[in-house]
Ligand binder design. Sequence first.
Ligand code: B12
Length: 147
Amino acid sequence: MNTLREPQERLVILGVAESDSHAVANHLIRMQLIEHGFTVINLGVCTPLSDFADALELHPEAEAVLIGSLNGHAHQDLRTLPELRAAGRLGRPVVVGGNLSVGSRKSEADLQRLYDLGVDHLLPDANELVLLLDMLQAAKAAELQNG
Ligand code: B12
């Protein structure tokens, strides 16, 4: 009997917020995640939040939903997150990264507004993404183990 198990596939949903056409970081993040063994469902630029929810329904095994926003309109683009969550959708950690408000100086209030919508994690730098995904996976495994 072969008792070797395939390592479990790790899958994430990635894309750029609805009003935002900045593509470079999206491509780099996709490549970085693939190098780390992730399967990436990349929805690309200008993706409405409802499309992220649809993708999660097609791929319920996704660990997280990763959304880039560079043009400063993250809050406007993510404003329907509370409604989607209230409808039982997007029930995975939503991680938002990039340039998260208009202007070069980011205030705590700008970030808090995004947390208030229900964003779970804000990451200015994509280099911290794999570490965050590993931490989320470990937390979920511990939760399952403790019942
Ligand atoms: C190239 C560029 C463009 C190109 C994009 C081409 C393309 N197809 O991608 C064009 C010319 C189209 C463009 C248009 C616009 N742009 Co532009 N653009 C840039 C520029 C010069 C570089 C962006 C880039 O590719 N960087 C390289 C990548 C690797 O770095 P990055 O994007 O910063 O990503 C890093 C982090 O932000 C983070 N990250 C990014 N995404 C994600 C996602 C996740 C999940 C995570 C965890 C992390 C993360 O990790 C990455 C690596 O550390 C920046 C200025 C700059 N130097 O950054 C402005 C900039 C982003 N643009 C800006 C603006 C304002 C615009 C326009 C509104 C301009 C206009 N008036 O039309 C439009 C918006 C278009 C739209 N609908 O979104 C502003 C945003 C200002 C703000 N937020 O306050 C910037 C910062 C320029 C500035 N200083 O004013 N832009």
